[in-house]
Design a protein around this ligand. Sequence first.
Ligand code: HEM
Length: 403
Amino acid sequence: MATTAQPKVPDHVPPELVRSADIIVGEEFLTDPYGYMSTMHERLPRLFYNVGSAVGDGWMTISQPLAFKALRDGDHFGVPPLFIFPRDEDNWFRMIPLEIASPDHRKFRNILDPMLSPRGVLALEADIKALANQLLDTFADKGECEFTKEFARPLPVMVFLNFMGLPLDRLDQFVKWVVALIQFAEFDRAKEIMEEIEEYLTTVIDQKRANPDDKAISRIVHATFDGEPMTERDVLGFTFFLFIAGIDTVYAALNNSWLWMARNPDRVKELVADPDNRDLQTEELLRAFAPTFSGRYLTQDLELDGVLLKKGDRFTSFLPACNYDPEVWDNPREIDFKRVKKPILTFTGGIHSCMGGHLARLEFRIGLNEWLKRIPEFSLKPGTAIRYTPGGVVGPDSVPLVW
Ligand code: HEM
């Protein structure tokens, strides 16, 4: 429940804007995160100072226009180091490009933009379709599967390995790393896991240095800025960040959407009957089930929406709630596959807008299409209890399905 809270807050914060939204770890949130996030507008102001939550005190917006305004304002908003990924202070690496400010940021993005543009990702379409069917082959005839383990996790990992130029035989290991890294419950082990990933990626980077190809890691390794190669730590930081950004988000979006479909068989019929509308269906499901957030801090004082924000204040754009902003969408809680397209915040906005947005949409669209062709009717396995583990990416732990 959102309640008026009492803890210490900075003097410049108006008391009426201090709230305690019990997000990420709260019981109500974990029971039904999208029920919670889609109704935040009924309980909270569009900009408030959130206190007492496990994710730390600071400003939070649930307004789509305010979030876009903040995310596009690199003069006042910076990206803080991502605390959930602990790194060795003496041998630091930057999570590239998210932890890089303008103008340097652009030169890093330029390296992979051609691969990740709407045209660039189409080159991966046939492979993604084949990978989705390879997974479906393993369970379509069985009449049941644990969707997370058998489809939602392996699909983005396989696509990612392919995109990066890594062998598919590392699939299981990658899945284990991803699952452990995104859950706060495993935070104590995060450093150890990060070291394991670093060790593996370092070996691969050396191999790509010796044997170039046209995949992402090789392009990063061989990129030059004004004739100079990137530092080794930056090569690692870029490769590492792609790994974090490109896998768990897609898995969570798939998991949330398939859970919704399993609970809404009539709506699945609508999807099956309209295969030519997959782009809008994908966009609408990604609007409704945005799995992550954008954290910033104020680099200088700013008045936003009539409120003074001070240098150093933390600021979160709570993207899933922004996608349900009633100022922007009619009946935001209704999943409407004919909705007029408007900018969603699932992939955030501004200079740090998701580099993988087109790839993620493609993976989602192909996953949806191939699945519905082969499994057009499905439901949750009877007796299933859906659980969410607190973390920076919101998605159910498992989705057992039957058909
Ligand atoms: C449904 C899937 C995905 C979602 C919901 C998602 C969401 C996001 C969000 C919200 C951000 C911005 C974070 C911030 O503002 O603090 C972001 C950034 C980023 N994402 Fe994604 N992402 C997805 C898939 C992918 C994929 C598949 C890739 C890689 C191929 C990727 C690569 C990146 C990168 C590199 C950035 C940083 C961009 C920058 O700082 O300039 N993402 N993503």
